[in-house]
Ligand binder design. Structure first.
Ligand code: PEP
Ligand code: CO
Length: 442
């Protein structure tokens, strides 16, 4: 067994029961010969960007679907998610006068932890949906049975999604001179109009600089990274490669991987596996996190205290963040560590409406974001980024926002197969409000 396979001796939570061992082994061996999706050097670049954010010199914007699906990996939907993130990044950059690091929850966010192994509808009990990498969302026995072939399909969908993202962000589409165009195709509304006004200001500044002879070559491309929860360890393991430059080991399924709230057990397989790869790593921290948990995670995942290596993504809930976060920030700082602190204002604020929708209130999401900035102001640490579930589509999944989506409206366009996402307009609105918070940092 290789040094980085020690995770196989430990308990791995949230893994599917595949049953079909033969097919599984065939698929895993095929995966192990596929080309890497990302390069080690790219993961290193992201790490250096995240190190700047941890020092308070940049801000991380990480966002995308709760669960991507194979079916929704279409050119239009991928483009609109990329456009939404680019627009949010412009709003944040302009507001905060600070570089914004763009990381999609994209091109691999296909596996989900579940609170129950099964789901029962009208007296019928079937395996829970664990993400397209494992089984189908349709509530039939055939679809819900974990199918190892999906691992290979997931790899290919990730590859084609990433290819399109690379084309969009490197091929001229993300050129800052097209800042107006990113707003096209979305239904006009006050938030879009606010964006238009900002885009016009940027346009003027760019034209002025061009008239002064500044070379805008650098603006034609933008850096864009991808990330997902490293949940299915055997999938991640097969995409783990040795970097020919350095001999170091990288998980080449994404630039950044994170460990979820349910799998961050310090003695568990997920923490062990990710402790062995060199990528930048995130860990979700929920409201029950003790300082000792955070310190042990730092020692295990970042023993060298390498800048940009470790990101803590806190998801406390709007009602708890102001009580829980300051103590963690203080204790970690006093221990001499400098992880990047990012807020996930989504996962601590879930509710179910009387008409049966899993949703979140825009105001509570915003409240947790504000609590995050307050906690950092109180302790004197850096609020380094945000992690959000969003889509470029015009869905109705989260309550509130400027268009004031109410419980009844959730019935109109609720399309998520997992958690509710901010729609395009709510995402922009959030960015404008966070930009105000970032301005107060200076
Ligand atoms: C998620 O990010 O979709 C998720 C499941 O989060 P958490 O692990 O924080 O619950
Ligand atoms: Co989610």
């Amino acid at each position: 067994m290789q040094g980085f396979d020690t995770y196989r001796d430990l308990e791995a939570k949230q893994q599917p029961v595949w049953n079909d061992e033969k097919t599984l082994n065939g698929v895993l061996s095929q995966l192990s010969t596929q080309p890497p999706l990302v390069f080690a050097g790219e993961a290193d670049v992201l790490k250096s960007r995240l190190a700047a954010a941890a020092r308070g010199e940049a801000f991380l914007l990480q966002g995308g679907d709760c669960a991507e699906t194979f079916e929704a990996a279409t050119a239009d939907k991928i483009r609109d998610r990329v456009k939404t993130l680019l627009q949010m990044a412009v709003v944040l950059t302009y507001g905060a006068s600070m570089p914004v690091i763009k990381v999609g929850r994209m091109a691999g966010q296909f596996a989900k932890p579940r609170s129950s192994d099964t789901e029962t509808r009208d007296g019928v009990t079937l395996p829970a949906y664990r993400g397209d990498l494992v089984n189908g969302y349709d509530f039939t026995e055939e679809s819900r049975t974990p199918n190892p072939e999906r691992l290979l399909q997931g790899y290919h969908v990730s590859a084609s999604t990433l290819n399109l993202i690379r084309a969009f962000t490197q091929g001229g589409f993300a050129d800052l001179r097209l800042v107006h165009d990113w707003n096209k195709g979305f239904i006009s509304n006050p938030v879009n109009q606010r964006y238009e006004a900002l885009a016009a200001e940027i346009d003027r500044a760019v034209r002025f600089m061009m008239a002064c002879g500044v070379d805008f070559g650098a603006l034609e491309r933008t850096e864009f990274f991808v990330s997902h929860e490293a949940l299915l360890l055997e999938y991640e393991r097969q995409l783990t490669r040795t970097d020919s430059r350095t001999g170091d080991i990288y998980d080449t399924s994404a630039h950044m991987l994170w460990i979820g709230e349910r799998t961050r057990d310090i003695n568990g397989a997920h923490v062990e596996f990710l402790s062995k790869v060199k990528n930048p790593i995130g860990v979700k921290l929920g409201p029950t996190t003790k300082l000792d948990d955070a310190l042990r995670l730092i020692d295990k995942l970042d023993p060298e205290r390498e800048p940009g290596r470790l990101t803590f993504i806190t998801r406390m809930g709007a009602g708890k963040i102001r009580d829980v976060l300051p103590g963690l920030l203080e204790g970690v700082r006093d221990a001499g560590a400098l992880p990047l602190w990012v807020t996930d204002p989504m996962h601590g604020n879930g509710i179910t409406t009387p008409n049966g929708f899993k949703t979140r209130r825009f105001d509570e999401i915003m409240d947790e974001l504000k609590g995050f900035f307050e906690a950092h102001r109180e302790v004197g640490t850096y609020p380094g980024g945000m992690h959000v579930e969003l889509t470029g589509d015009d869905v109705t999944e989260c309550l509130g926002g400027a268009e004031n989506i109410d419980e009844l409206a959730l019935e109109a366009r609720y399309e998520s197969v997992c958690d509710p996402r901010l729609n395009h307009r709510q995402s922009l609105e959030l960015a404008f409000q966070v930009a105000e918070e970032l301005k107060r940092r200076h």
